[in-house]
Design a protein. Structure first.
Length: 186
């Protein structure tokens, strides 16, 4: 039986990565798709675990050869989902979770209309900004850019199947697992 595609998206800093790691820990039949990017690794990030860190030329070759399920440019770097990994795992019967940005999620829905799109938001814009600052991975001007993008992203939430607020990682993880089970996702 083919697995299901689950997309978890929302503004940068909302906690998507933390929630997805918890889902993967609790649901053994789910796999997280590892995105590719042209940006440099952050401290502690491992190639092939957090992202596939590739060159701009390699990424553009994948685009030309239709080997990316979705992709976007953000702050001068490419980010995207390699098609092959996702399709292999779906065919093998695993549910595949994509942790991607809002534009990418909407693009995936065009290619996989049966995908379950979950929008994750923070309790407020002030809380979102606080999370971005506290994570300490962006310069102040990058935080401001991400906040500007977050306003547009929030306006897209109605296009998703499910909208959840990440007030508490454990609670929102339980909610998502319940939704996955309710939609008869394996």
């Amino acid at each position: 039986m083919r697995g299901k595609l689950i997309v978890i998206a929302g503004p940068s800093g909302v906690g998507k990565g933390t929630v997805v790691r918890e889902i993967i820990r609790l649901k053994k039949n789910c796999r997280v798709s590892i995105s590719a990017t042209t940006r440099k690794p952050r401290t502690g990030e491992v190639n092939g675990e957090h992202y596939y860190f590739i060159t701009r030329q390699e990424f553009e070759d994948k685009i030309r050869n239709k080997k990316m399920l979705e992709y976007e440019q953000y702050n001068g770097n490419y980010y995207g989902t390699p098609y092959e990994y996702t399709e292999q795992n779906l065919k093998a019967g695993f549910n595949v979770i994509l942790e991607i940005d809002v534009k990418g999620a909407l693009n995936v829905k065009k290619m996989y209309p049966q995908a379950l799109l979950i929008f994750l938001k923070s309790p407020s814009f002030a809380e979102l900004k606080k999370r971005l600052i506290c994570r300490g991975t962006e310069k102040p001007e990058e935080v401001e850019q991400r906040m500007q993008v977050a306003h547009w992203e929030m306006a897209q939430a109605e296009k998703f199947d499910v909208l959840l607020t990440n007030n508490d990682v454990s609670l929102v993880t339980e909610e998502i697992i319940g939704i996955i089970d309710k939609f008869n996702v394996k």
